[in-house]
Ligand binder design. Structure first.
Ligand code: PGA
Length: 262
């Protein structure tokens, strides 16, 4: 795992955006895996700036989002479809029909078939070239809560109380946070060709230390990323503060040869 620690979240988000821009310029039909929550907001602002000021062209890009709350329609202000429209899609020239966010309105026995179709759509698009991830304070990726199978596929999951509490700021009332979600599985995420894990703030420090330097365990789903050949962690100082080898990671990054930079 390449660990990139910088002082401020803007700088580290801009680096992730620069790598995404490099990918999209080299492969205009790139398939991006996208995330929601507060973590990727600065990254999306930078992608919007790159589109508006530097002509970064998303017209042939396809996107797949990680997850969605069950029960929320696309026009609900806390739904992840709404989040993506407001914070990225409507500001860039991505084709609406090539943006995929799981529907929160599938119900009952249809969910399993819907999830299988979401997986098939990813395969038909050629697989995910680059997946953006945040991390939950409990170590989740997507909404794969602790104890999720490390081989899991897109499916319905039940949120932990901790995740529901972490996500209350996005809802009017804590009781409104849904219990159930559709999420890409850990196995689905692991098939992306490249993964950017973003983490900011001291609330993420324990999860990042466990994910990067702890044992691989379903109790910290992000720890499975240790098995992926091309993962970059973009962290600010507070999120990286509990990494035992942070001085080593800093030295490696500061001394990276120019030809490896993106
Ligand atoms: P956050 O959520 O970006 O709102 O902190 C991250 C996550 O739950 O994956």
């Amino acid at each position: 795992m390449e660990v990139i620690i910088l002082n401020d979240p803007e700088a580290v988000s801009a680096l992730s955006a620069r790598r995404i821009a490099q990918l999209v310029r080299a492969k205009p039909t790139a398939v991006l895996g996208l995330a929601t929550g507060s973590t990727p907001l600065r990254l999306y602002k930078e992608l919007i700036r790159l589109h508006q000021e530097e002509g970064l062209d998303f017209s042939e890009v396809t996107s797949f989002n990680l997850d969605e709350y069950i029960g929320l329609a696309a026009d609900h202000a806390a739904s992840y479809r709404y989040f993506m429209q407001e914070n990225l899609f409507r500001h860039i020239n991505i084709a609406p029909e090539r943006t995929h966010v799981p529907s929160g309105l599938v119900a009952g026995p249809d969910i399993a078939r819907y999830c299988a179709e979401y997986e098939e759509a990813i395969v038909r698009a050629g697989g995910i070239d680059l997946q953006i991830l945040g991390i939950g304070s409990d170590g989740h990726i997507g909404f794969n809560e602790p104890s999720s199978s490390l081989a899991s596929r897109t499916r319905i999951k039940t949120l932990t109380q901790r995740t529901r509490e972490d996500n209350t700021p996005f809802f009017d009332n804590p009781d409104d946070v849904p219990h159930h979600v559709i999420t890409m599985g850990v196995g689905t995420i692991m098939e992306a060709r490249e993964i950017h894990l973003l983490a900011f703030g001291d609330k993420k420090a324990d999860a990042i230390a466990d994910a990067v330097e702890g044992p691989i365990t379903a109790n910290v789903p992000a720890s499975v990323l240790q098995m992926h050949p091309t993962v970059r962690l973009f962290a600010d100082e507070p999120a990286a503060s509990k990494l035992a080898r942070r001085d080593y990671y800093r030295w490696v990054y500061d001394n990276k040869p120019a030809w490896q930079a993106f």
